[in-house]
Design a protein. Sequence first.
Length: 260
Amino acid sequence: MPFVGADLHVRCTAYILNLVVQDGMTALRGVVEPVRDVIKHISSSSSRLQVFNTIPQQFNLRPKRGFSLDVSTRWNSTYDMLKEALEYKDALIWFKAYYSHYERITQRSSQSNISSSPEVGSSANMLSSLSGKRKLGLEFALFRQRSRPHRSRRSEADTYLDDSLVPSREGEEFDVLRWWRRNQDQYPVLARMARDFLAIPLSTVASESTFSTAGMVIDKYRNSLSSETVEALICAKDWLKGYLSDDDEDDEGNIFPLQI
């Protein structure tokens, strides 16, 4: 039987190894995913991480700034995540039990319209300790404050327009940019606008056309000149500019015919 190309095809060793590892990861998914979910849940909130850091001290462990999550393209990251989770196994189990109880209590209290905020409880205790007359007066004062129309806040532009003019001496040049710099704390938005609009505008001419002398010789009407002719014209123009002075620049008698 003659050999064909398919019979001689050998797969890449790294590709085969990757398939083996991916099959192993699939088999361990039931172990890896719960650990990943717990670590992701703790690391996604700074408050939860702060609560968790109060637990490791009970097991003689150091607080964590954050756990490392695994990356699908790096096998060693999964190993590091599991190794780190195994070290803090007791703290993670304790935190999971604590948080599950807290979540269940919060759900029950939310159904009964009970707030878990400590500020609400302190306010309720303060109001309950007031006498009936003082409580009624306090509620009336709060009602008047809420029903009072809010004054419209003046804008920064209105304040600037109502401001007095800056006196200037005769013949003295007023530096407007320096004035906006001194008053940028009082008018932050207007100061940024003044810095943008009052600054020196940049040139809109391209730098290539500014420093290019060939553009003064070649245009859309003269674009078939050879390179030697263009070079001769540019050199002749430079020589003539160097020969003519500022006074006799327009004197045609000093211009000599050039033969190329």
